[in-house]
Design a protein around this ligand. Structure first.
Ligand SMILES: C[S@@+](CC[C@H](N)C(=O)[O-])C[C@H]1O[C@@H](n2cnc3c(N)ncnc32)[C@H](O)[C@@H]1O
Length: 240
């Protein structure tokens, strides 16, 4: 059996770089799998990746909904839309539509989507209230919004024009309060999520339409809820 020889110091950085190059796509694939599962995406559905960046998660959504489905990828930076289109073409995906949005609207058609992904985007919104309204309009009743975020990082790049939150990011409690104020309910909260060490994920739902209840059978004030979903949000890990 050959003797185990230590790796020469001079090639250790190169080996580490190779390991990171292999690991990053694997971590992204793992996260993409978690995203499509949490969004409940399947063939024929339609979804949006709002603030899609270079479109690396758009392609994962598009593969999941298949040729009979559709994925909208929105951005406020037009050159990123070109990058997304190129990536979709290289990936052989014909079900991706790019959309130019702005800080007040997603640019998505009303009621277009069963699910919306907001990955590391919410804390970039300079007009979060307007964006929440626009997200609501774009979702079908019962549709889901999955938000991946980090708590504020004071050492990260400062974002111009966003609400002051003590750094780049947003606390989970503030995100949840914001989304509830717009009518969304919390379906699930994941306190550990791939990405940064402190990434978290919250899945929201635009409540499904319920049939009108005759006045004689409507709940009384004492039996009525608070307007929140009666089920407690699922938590997938202990609080940190
Ligand atoms: C940190 S990047 C995240 C990109 C991508 N979602 C990802 O996870 O790789 C944030 C992106 O949000 C975009 N963005 C910021 N505000 C936006 C808005 N109101 N509507 C759409 N995109 C927006 C930015 O241009 C940027 O590409």
């Amino acid at each position: 059996m050959p003797a185990h020889r230590p790796v020469p110091t001079r090639i250790r950085p190169a080996l580490l770089a190779c390991a990171l190059l292999v690991q990053a796509p694997l971590a992204r694939a793992d996260e993409a799998e978690k995203i499509v599962a949490a969004l409940g995406l399947g063939p024929g559905m339609s979804a949006a990746d709002v603030g899609a960046g270079d479109g690396r998660f758009t392609s994962a959504l598009a593969r999941q909904v298949g040729a009979g489905g559709r994925v909208y990828a929105t951005e406020v930076e037009a050159d990123k839309l070109e990058e997304i289109q190129k990536r979709a073409k290289d990936d052989g995906l014909e079900n991706v539509r790019t959309v130019l949005g702005d800080q007040n609207r997603t640019g998505l058609p009303d009621g277009c989507c069963d699910a919306i992904l907001l990955r590391m985007v919410y804390h970039h919104f300079t007009e979060p209230q307007a964006m929440r309204r626009s997200l609501w309009s774009a979702l079908k009743p019962g549709g889901r919004v999955l938000v991946v975020e980090v708590p504020p990082h004071s050492s990260w790049r400062k974002l111009e024009g966003v609400p002051e939150r003590g750094g780049h990011g947003i606390p989970a409690r503030e995100l949840i309060a914001d989304m509830r104020s717009a009518g969304f309910t919390v379906l699930a909260q994941h306190e550990e999520w791939p990405g940064e060490d402190d990434s978290y994920c919250v899945v929201f739902q635009r409540p499904a339409l319920t049939r009108a209840v005759p006045a004689s059978r409507a709940p009384t004030a004492s039996s009525a809820g608070t307007g929140e979903s009666s089920a407690s949000p699922a938590r997938t890990s202990s609080a940190r």
